[in-house]
Design a protein around this ligand. Structure first.
Ligand code: AMP
Ligand code: FE
Ligand code: FE
Ligand code: ZN
Length: 287
C-alpha cells in the first residue's frame, strides 16, 4: 500500500497564534511553496491554529500533523518540548498551557516595565504587535521595539535589549521537562525535545537527565535544526540510536521573524511513519 504521506516533511513551524508573523493558512502556503508536503504547526503552548492550517493543507494536497511546542524549564534552561498528535481536549495538558500562557502575559508586562526605565516603550506597543490571544513572548516585544525605531529587527532585539545579560529579562512559569513529556504522552501524543543542543542561548540538558526523560516516555529528538551544534548532533544521534528514538528535522519557521525557511531541514518518511504509529491522541489530516 502506498503511504498516505510522502515527500519532504517539516515538523516545526509557527504562526501568529504564537510568535510567527503569518496566519496558519499563510504558513501552510509558504511551506508548500518551498516543497514541503507534510507539515506540523507547532505554536508555543497553543493549538488554536490547527483547524485553519489543516484546512489549507487539505486544499493543497498536503498531510497535516497537529502539534505544539510546550514551554518547559530545567533549572535555569528554557527547554522546548514538541508534542505531536495529542488530544487537544486533554484536561491536564490544557490546564498547564493555560497557566503558561497566562503567566507569559504578566512576565511580558514586567519586561516592558523594565525596558521602559531606559527606552520609550509601552505595553500598548506590544499589544499592537500581538494578535488577540496569541501566546505572547519576547518576539512581540522585539516587534514593538522595531515599531518604535529602537532596533532594526528581532535579531538585533534578541542580541541586545532582550538578552538576559542586559538586565531587563524576566522568566515565566514553565513546567519541568519531565512533567512536560508526561503531559504530552498521557494525552496520547508523542513528545520530542526541540533543538536540544543549541549553543549560546541555552546549553544542553545533561545526558543523565535526557535518559530520565526517555524513561518517562520521550519519543524523540529534533536533531536536524539550524541551532543544534555539530557536536551536540553527534551525541544526540548516539543516544537516539541506543534508545531507538525518533529523530526529526525541521525549520522552526517563524515567518518574517527569523531567517529560517520552511523545509530547510526535513524529517524522513520512516520517522514520520513511526511518529504517527506511536500517537493515540488524534490522527493526521490526510489530503
Ligand atoms: P520567550 O519564550 O518569550 O522567552 O521567547 C523565546 C522565543 O523567541 C523563541 O521561541 C524563539 O522563537 C524566539 N527567538 C529566540 N531568539 C531569537 C532571535 N535571535 N531572533 C528571533 N526570534 C528569536
Ligand atoms: Fe518561537
Ligand atoms: Fe523553540
Ligand atoms: Zn519553535
Amino acid at each position: 500500500m502506498a503511504p498516505l504521506f510522502a515527500g519532504p516533511a517539516d515538523l516545526h513551524l509557527h504562526s501568529n497564534h504564537s510568535d510567527g508573523t503569518q496566519s496558519p493558512a499563510e504558513v501552510v502556503r509558504q511551506a508548500h511553496a518551498h516543497g514541503v508536503r507534510t507539515l506540523a504547526l507547532t505554536d508555543h503552548d497553543r493549538t488554536t491554529g490547527w483547524d485553519e492550517a489543516g484546512a489549507e493543507a487539505s486544499r493543497l494536497g498536503m498531510t497535516f500533523i497537529p502539534g505544539m511546542e510546550l514551554s518547559a524549564k530545567h533549572e535555569w534552561r528554557s527547554v522546548h518540548v514538541l508534542g505531536y498528535l495529542f488530544d487537544p481536549e486533554n484536561a491536564a495538558l490544557r490546564a498547564e498551557t493555560d497557566r503558561i500562557r497566562d503567566d507569559r502575559i504578566g512576565r511580558a508586562e514586567r519586561i516592558v516595565r523594565n525596558i521602559a526605565r531606559d527606552y520609550d516603550l509601552r505595553w500598548e506597543d506590544v499589544v499592537a504587535q500581538t494578535l488577540e490571544d496569541a501566546t505572547v513572548g519576547r518576539p512581540h516585544i522585539a516587534d514593538a521595539l522595531v515599531a518604535r525605531g529602537i532596533v532594526r529587527d528581532r535579531t538585533e532585539a534578541f542580541d541586545g535589549i532582550l538578552h538576559p545579560r542586559e538586565g531587563y529579562y524576566e522568566p515565566h512559569y514553565a513546567p519541568d521537562p519531565l512533567t512536560a513529556v508526561r503531559l504530552i504522552t498521557d494525552a496520547g501524543g508523542v513528545a520530542v525535545i526541540a533543538h536540544p543542543a543549541t549553543s549560546g542561548r541555552d546549553r544542553m540538558m545533561p545526558v543523565p537527565f535526557l535518559e530520565r526523560l526517555i524513561a518517562a516516555g520521550l519519543g524523540g529528538f529534533e536533531i536536524d535544526h539550524r541551532e543544534n551544534t555539530a557536536s551536540g548532533k553527534r551525541l544526540l544521534r548516539e543516544i537516539a540510536a541506543a534508545n531507538d528514538l525518533i529523530v526529526t528535522g525541521s525549520s522552526d519557521y517563524h515567518g518574517a521573524g527569523k531567517p529560517n525557511v520552511p523545509g530547510e531541514n526535513t524529517t524522513s518518511d520512516e520517522m514520520v511513519a513511526r511518529l504517527i504509529a506511536r500517537a493515540t491522541g488524534t490522527t493526521p489530516r490526510y489530503p
